[in-house]
Design a protein around this ligand. Structure first.
Ligand SMILES: [Zn+2]
Length: 90
């Protein structure tokens, strides 16, 4: 199934109904300085946990900062911080 971008309008609609899905990813008005991809709430959580400036997507953090794959970074985040990707993160 094709993943669609969650918009603020979607979030407001969920909030009006049963509330937003817990931990669902939110897309932010920031882009990655390396690849230009739009950043989301999961990228932000990674940046906060690793105490790096929030300006990079998870793949660039993984590859540029740590020289590892995204999967390896996610495994590390889970192990070190008990953090799992927000729902909706590809
Ligand atoms: Zn990037």
């Amino acid at each position: 199934m094709k993943k669609e971008k969650i918009t603020e309008a979607d979030v407001r609609r969920w909030e009006a109904m049963a509330g937003p899905p817990k931990d669902h990813v939110r897309w932010l008005d920031e882009t990655c300085v390396y690849c230009g991809r739009q950043l989301n709430s999961w990228d932000q959580r990674i940046a906060n946990a690793l105490q790096i400036g929030f300006c990079m997507c998870e793949s660039c953090v993984a590859e540029e900062e740590y020289g590892m794959t995204v999967d390896a970074l996610r495994a590390r985040m889970l192990e070190a911080f008990g953090m799992e990707p927000c729902k909706g993160v590809i």
